[in-house]
Design a protein around this ligand. Structure first.
Ligand code: CP
Ligand code: NVA
Length: 345
């Protein structure tokens, strides 16, 4: 496992265990289901996990996770499965790529069965309303593993990665280039909640969903965040990180007009120069080399894409520990876990 970042806990961020306790039993469908304090606490826990998993051994013993995936996955599937098992839990994966959730029996009935066997459900869906249907009919937490409008676990892992690279969420300038998609919306939510700045560069025809962008603007108005939507790449000047993603997301039709409109937003060394030499390059992956990014950037020294991939597991495990009430001072968590987290107070 890549360990080129210092994850020691000596400079740990403060951990508010009350925030983590308040997450017990909740569902996370969008990042806006979390407050700034909760995100900060989860990131501190994620950092503690990354520093020393042995302290959390057995924390999820006897717990069961069910994964429902209507779309393909590498990172999300592997990081949830291995992550949950590292903490002592067991995982069942249900492949819904050929039979959407709700096709064989209604979504609510499905959830009311699953809750009898498992402690948490992680689902990747085509329609966000499948997630709300599960949440509204289940007594166990539902976690969004990607829908057409949100990818909150990705944003949480990206927040951990930004912090590791010295970029504070409250003062960050994050630049997005490409399609205004699900990952973009979750990162906009991150900036809005934490009070940072985000510049979203898309063709006018592929801006983020206007209704959701308005909701995010309202959050930004309260936190002091600045979210700018533009079609001008010059607006990324000075950004701490430049982020891109697939132009055609899973479930979207291949569309030559869209590709043509996005061509000027390929992240090249010239685009990275606009942000500046300090800027990091980020991508949730999988990358489509030669489309949204070229090899020289994704394989270059500014790229932190594999740190993002690694942190999926740590950030998600922090979330799962909190949603399942397996945090320090809860029964069943080993004493040395309490010890390691005490360093974060
Ligand atoms: N970033 C991400 O969610 O990757 P997968 O689609 O491989 O899970
Ligand atoms: N926007 C992409 C993200 C993949 C992780 C998609 O939804 O396909």
């Amino acid at each position: 496992m890549a360990r080129n970042i210092d994850c020691s806990i000596s400079d740990a961020r403060p951990l508010d265990t009350r925030c983590l306790e308040a997450l017990r039993g909740r569902s996370i469908l969008r990042l806006t289901d979390l407050s700034a304090a909760e995100i900060t606490s989860l990131l501190a826990l994620a950092r503690a996990l990354k520093a020393d998993y042995s302290a959390f051994r057995g924390a999820l013993a006897q717990r069961a996770l069910v994964m429902l995936f209507e779309k393909p996955s590498l990172r999300t599937r592997v990081s949830f499965e291995i992550g949950f098992q590292k903490l002592g839990g067991c995982v069942t994966f249900l492949d819904h790529r050929n039979e959407p959730i709700g096709a064989r029996e209604p979504v609510g009935d499905y959830g009311r069965n699953l809750e009898r066997w498992c402690d948490v459900i992680v689902a990747r869906v085509f329609r966000h309303e499948t997630l709300t249907g599960l949440r509204d009919n289940c007594r166990v937490p539902i976690v969004n593993a990607l829908s057409e409008i949100a990818h909150p676990c990705q944003a949480l892992a990206d927040a951990q990665t930004l912090l590791e690279h010295g970029i504070e969420l409250e003062s960050m300038h994050l630049a997005w280039l490409g399609d205004g998609n699900n990952v973009c919306l979750s990162l906009m939510e991150l900036a809005a909640i934490m009070g940072g700045r985000m510049t979203v560069v898309t063709p006018a025809s592929h801006r983020p969903c206007a209704k959701l962008a308005a909701e995010i603007d309202a959050i930004a108005a309260r936190s002091g965040a600045t979210i700018t939507l533009t079609d001008d790449p010059a607006a990324i000047r000075g950004a701490h990180a430049v982020y891109t993603d697939a132009w055609i997301s899973m479930g979207q039709k291949d569309c030559p007009d869209k590709i043509a409109a996005l061509r000027k937003l390929t992240v090249t060394p010239e685009i990275m120069k606009i942000a500046g030499p300090h800027a990091r390059f980020m991508h949730c992956l999988p990358a489509h080399r030669g489309e949204e990014v070229v090899d020289a950037v994704i394989d270059g020294p500014q790229s932190i894409v594999y740190d993002e991939a690694e942190n999926r597991m740590h950030a998600q495990n922090a979330l799962l520990l909190a949603l399942l009430g397996a945090i320090p001072s809860s029964r069943g968590v080993p004493a040395n876990a309490v010890e390691i987290l005490t360093h974060h107070r």
